[in-house]
Design a protein around this ligand. Structure first.
Ligand code: ADP
Ligand code: MG
Length: 669
């Protein structure tokens, strides 16, 4: 058995654990080592039994005087033990763990860690962690690692597996970082870091270990994006676009717009045009929040592509978004007699056009592109790498523009999308009214409902977002939303027309409800948080969010972006029953900050990276240990990757690691 042995083949005993461990991402023995603790229980204070005080978290060592199962009514059991040392005796109780008196028996010398309580005025311990005293204490008397667990896989069990894997793999854990890298960044070596992340003597050791393992993840990610960027840059375009020749048309395009472009839009368009002139295909990400005007930017690119004799394709994640883009693009390009076609699963026959706008139906093989030069992918995080690649391969090294409204801080974007060139629309169009935002405490709930009803009677439409229950939308969330919907419909707004939208509905059903809402057949749309609405519903002016404290600021901001798309003043009401002043302050920052990436950055500082993952569909899998909020380490890793990259090919171990990351790609292509 070695570190590469798959769990199912490691031994009979492991075999039954294989499927449970898979849930934790543990597939082979080595994965135990990288299943890192998310916290440590501090059991390092060892005390004499006669000296313990109620309330203390301590470790006691003593001889078992007595241990037995007691049966209570209803088939429950209590385990009672008496343990003594030279200073005294203490009583210990567990509940429903009838196997304990088999694991530890009378006269064993055992170590117990836990909180001391007072029972009948005598110190006692309830459900402490325990182990027979030995050379290698894993569960008591030290900093004890607590791991992500799953049913049937406890931290205690995991600790033993990690320890075993560590002791049986003395020479197998190979350092893959160049020694220069280790020195320059004062890192622990790999073996040392792995030992210390699981079984540190002090918290400083644990920190240092975490730093090394985080560095690895950030560094490898950087290397892999440098690698991908280099690969991409090997692609050659036969005929670079001519941009200068078409300045007249571009001016005409801008002049035909019913508004003036923002500086940010101008800049993004210029960045795209610069890319077009090169003999390498563009690979650019346009990040701009909802309403920042990404579509016009894409349209300018489509126009230049057309003028150069190339077709373009714009892919959107839903039919309704595709239709919206189709109308917008057709209208924007009308003055140029460009043929735009909408491609969805319901569109029939072979079409010939200059621009194809569609859903992922675009990648189904029926459509043949003669000359695809420019690919635009909206809401890129909604598509898999494969889908994006297939579309790209319909042309010969076409330019690629991906667009996202996910507000990720610049630092994070640079790390995750290091292989892409980035354009930011960090400025909203002029005259756009800010969505007035208020925090609504419980005592103002009734008043808020009355105000909403009054606004609706004056013709406004409302979104009500149900509380976030779990990250993914399961039946629990759907049930809760349905219940809230019924309550609102029957008790709060009996005279208004309400509709419910949730992620478990069929796509067609969802789109019908959205269309009806847009057509003003409903006044209020009650929805679960996961339902994304990229479409414009200009008449919706009120966004009401329940239990807003459960959301990240960036998420709240994205939700808020669903209103304020029309002429009228819009409002966002953040309901909360939170009392904690710092929580309230966090939500209140929504009242004053209106720039998504800034809110995302604030989230990163206040609540850690989980919040970013919450707004990014592919974010979760990126790191096991590393953390974007560690800006210094992110920077260190980036600098180091740039130094090492040119010599990477001489380091097969590093190449192998990078290849692995490239297989689980996070960014387009
Ligand atoms: P995004 O896709 O970034 O969410 P859109 O491209 O759909 O945003 O644009 C949102 C709305 O703003 C559209 O109605 C569009 O016509 C309008 N718009 C875009 N740019 C400007 C601008 N510079 N000034 C005023 N309105 C703009
Ligand atoms: Mg858009």
């Amino acid at each position: 058995m070695d570190l590469q042995t798959p769990i199912a083949q490691a031994s009979k005993a492991y075999k039954m654990y294989a499927s449970r461990l898979a849930k934790l991402g543990i597939f082979k023995i080595e994965d135990f080592l990288f299943h890192t603790p998310f916290r440590y229980e501090d059991y390092s204070l060892v005390s004499k039994i006669g000296q313990v005080q109620p309330g203390e978290t301590v470790t006691l060592k003593g001889e078992v005087v007595e241990i037995k199962n007691q049966y209570t009514r209803r088939f429950k059991t209590i385990q009672k033990a008496k343990v003594k040392d030279e200073t005294g005796e203490i009583e210990i109780t567990w509940f429903n763990q009838p196997f304990i008196p088999k694991t530890i028996i009378k006269d064993d010398f055992v170590s117990f860690s836990g909180k001391v309580e007072s029972f009948h005025n005598k110190p006692s311990m309830q459900s402490p962690d325990y182990e027979v005293v030995s050379e290698n204490m894993l569960h008591t008397g030290r900093l004890v690692p607590i791991y992500p667990e799953t049913k049937g896989v406890s931290s205690k069990w995991l600790r033993r597996q990690v320890f075993k894997a560590l002791s049986e793999s003395k020479d197998e854990i190979k350092e893959f970082l160049p020694s220069k890298t280790i020195e320059r960044n004062s890192l622990l070596d790999l073996r040392d870091a792995l030992e210390k992340i699981h079984f540190p003597k002090t918290m400083e050791e644990a920190e240092k270990a975490k730093e090394r393992l985080s560095f690895d993840e950030l560094f490898l990610l950087q290397l892999s994006s440098l690698f991908r960027k280099t690969e991409w840059n090997k692609k050659i375009i036969k005929k670079p676009f001519k941009v200068e020749n078409f300045q007249k048309e571009l001016t005409k395009f801008k002049g035909s717009l019913p508004f003036e472009l923002t500086k940010a839009q101008e800049k993004a368009i210029n960045e795209i045009l610069e890319d077009f002139k090169k003999d390498k295909p563009m690979n650019r990400l346009l990040e701009g929040e909802v309403g920042s005007g990404k579509t016009v930017v894409a349209a300018a690119g489509i126009l230049v592509s057309y003028l150069n004799g190339f077709q373009s394709a714009l892919m959107a994640p839903t039919e309704i978004l595709a239709q919206q883009h189709f109308h917008t693009i057709s209208k924007l390009l009308e003055p140029f007699k460009i043929k735009v076609e909408l491609i969805t699963h319901s569109s029939k026959g072979k079409k010939n056009a200059d621009v194809y706008v569609g859903t992922h139906a675009l990648i189904s093989s029926k459509i043949k592109f003669d000359n695809l030069g420019f690919v635009v992918i909206d809401e890129q995080q909604r598509f898999g790498v494969e889908q994006r690649t297939i579309l790209r391969q319909k042309g010969e090294n076409p330019h690629v523009l991906t667009m996202t409204a996910t507000p990720i801080p610049r630092t994070v974007a640079l790390t995750i999308y290091g292989d892409l060139d980035l354009s930011f629309l960090d400025e909203m169009p002029k005259g756009r009214k800010k969505v007035k935002t208020w925090l609504v405490p419980p005592e103002k709930r009734e008043g808020a409902y009355e105000w909403i009803e009054k606004q609706v009677k004056e013709g406004d439409q409302v979104f009500i977002i149900c509380p976030l229950i779990e990250e993914s939308e399961n039946m629990v969330s759907v049930k809760a939303a349905t219940k809230e919907f019924e309550r609102l419909r029957k008790e709060v707004f009996p005279s208004l027309r309400l509709a419910l939208l949730h992620g478990k509905m069929k796509a067609g059903e969802k789109e019908e409800i959205l269309r009806d809402f847009k057509d003003k057949k409903y006044d209020i749309l009650v929805s679960t948080p996961v339902v994304e609405v990229g479409i414009d519903i200009p008449n919706a002016t009120i966004m009401m969010i329940e239990e807003s404290q459960r959301f990240g600021l960036a998420q709240l901001h994205q939700l808020r972006g669903r209103v304020g798309r029309g002429e009228k003043q819009s409002y966002c009401l953040l309901f909360t029953d939170a009392k904690n002043p710092s929580t309230l302050e966090r939500i209140r920052s929504m009242e004053t900050i209106y720039f998504g990436p800034e809110l995302a950055e604030l989230d990163l500082k206040l609540r850690g990276p989980g919040q970013i993952y919450g707004t990014m569909q592919h974010g979760k899998e990126i790191f096991k240990v590393a953390d974007f909020s560690d800006f210094d380490l992110v920077k260190k890793a980036r600098t180091e990757a740039e130094i090492i990259f040119p010599e990477m090919e001489n380091n097969p171990e590093l190449m192998e690691k990078v290849a692995l990351i490239n297989k689980s790609l996070v960014s387009p292509d």
